[in-house]
Design a protein around this ligand. Structure first.
Ligand SMILES: Nc1ncnc2c1ncn2[C@@H]1O[C@H](COP(=O)(O)OP(=O)(O)OP(=O)(O)O)[C@@H](O)[C@H]1O
Length: 345
């Protein structure tokens, strides 16, 4: 049974349609990531599930129960926000125990203690239990914030960019930990992020949103390899996919309706200028440490790809390009050759 389902939900704020006709079903134990630019409607989607917003139309169903009319406290969800919302005057232990001590729950202290210790161990903060929340590093605070959600066992965890305030190293660490915990506990998570690496590495399925609409929902590889549109293709991949007008590349081998060609770095091979293929000029080479990005000029268009480390390239070099299995998009940006294998949202 779906743990959480949104059924044709819409929500406007004045003239802004924050979420439009959104249907989404999250299975028990599934990790779904909503990815999209700012203003796409991701946070509003979480708030609608939590009951912090009321939909204008549509229904929210949690564990088979229609909760649309219920207040947040009646819904079985836990929310983790971007900013750690800890009680500064309480110890880590008491912060973790807090959600279990509400009068409505009446859990005895032995059980509270057992659960807090279990979660603290899971998050590697067991040595910090006596610290005040303010005497923690940012990464530790965010672990406690996540732990406060984990001590409860709700139907679904809603997480709104929980790692975005952390530095890159901590983020990478916590990303792995969160995924491990989710696997171990079999929890159901709906997670919002701008970060494509978080989406690719943690999600069972990614939902790509734009302007309140769920554009595509699918497994990370499916979204990456078989995007339904140029928009979705441009949300994943570093460097970003190159979108080049089809007429620049010669129409002979392309589908007739192709207007734009999507070239990811793995679709582009750089060879010496005497090889067949369109000629491009190296504009500059960006050394990023672990990889080199080559910026190329193909007629009037710029293209970015990865440089083979053994290939000596420098600004001004002429090279020939060879393209393998690029993606083709029609005049409205829809991918040509959609196979209908569950790729559409
Ligand atoms: N309480 C509100 N009042 C008015 N407009 C709102 C409100 N909440 C959200 N919006 C608008 O709804 C749209 C969607 O906002 P939302 O916060 O859901 O986007 P988001 O994808 O989560 O963006 P971000 O990544 O920046 O958090 C935006 O245009 C936003 O300005």
């Amino acid at each position: 049974m779906a743990e959480v389902a949104l059924v044709e939900v819409s929500k406007s704020f004045g003239a802004v349609e924050a979420v439009r006709d959104l249907s989404l079903s999250i299975a028990n134990g599934e990790f779904v990531v909503l990815l999209g630019p700012t203003g796409a409607g991701k946070t509003t989607t979480l708030r609608l599930i939590a009951g912090l917003e009321q939909p204008d139309r549509g229904n929210v169903v949690i564990q088979g129960r229609d909760v649309t009319a219920e207040v947040p406290a009646e819904r079985d969800v836990a929310f983790v926000f971007q900013q750690y919302s800890l009680y500064p005057h309480l110890t880590v232990y008491d912060n973790l125990a807090f959600p279990l001590r509400s009068p409505a729950r009446r859990i005895n202290e032995t059980l509270v203690r057992r659960r807090v210790l279990q979660v603290a161990e899971l998050l590697h903060i067991q040595l910090k239990l006596d610290n005040r929340a303010t005497a923690l590093s940012g990464g530790e605070m965010q672990r406690v914030a996540i732990g406060r959600a984990l001590v409860r066992e709700p139907a679904v965890y809603l997480m709104d960019e929980p790692l975005s305030s952390l530095d890159a190293k901590l983020r990478a660490e916590l990303r792995l930990e969160l995924k491990r915990i989710q696997r171990e506990l079999g929890t159901t998570i709906l997670y919002v992020t701008h970060d494509q690496i978080e989406a690719m590495t943690m999600a069972d399925r990614i939902g790509v949103m734009s302007e309140g609409v769920l554009i595509q929902l699918g497994a990370p590889r499916e979204i990456y390899e078989r995007p339904n549109s140029a928009y979705v293709a441009s949300r994943l991949g570093t460097p970003a996919i190159n979108l080049i007008p089809a007429e620049l590349l010669g129409a002979d081998k392309m589908p007739r309706e192709a207007r734009t060609v999507g070239l990811r770095t793995e679709h582009i091979k750089i060879s010496s200028a005497d090889r067949p293929g369109p000629l491009a000029q190296v504009h500059w080479v960006e050394h990023l440490g672990d990889q080199n990005h080559v910026h190329l000029k193909l007629a009037t268009h710029s293209l970015v790809t990865l440089a083979d480390p053994v290939q000596e390239l420098k600004a001004g070099d002429q090279v020939s390009l060879e393209f393998t299995d690029p993606l083709y998009f029609d005049s409205v940006g829809k991918r040509i050759g959609l196979d209908g294998a569950g790729g559409r949202a």
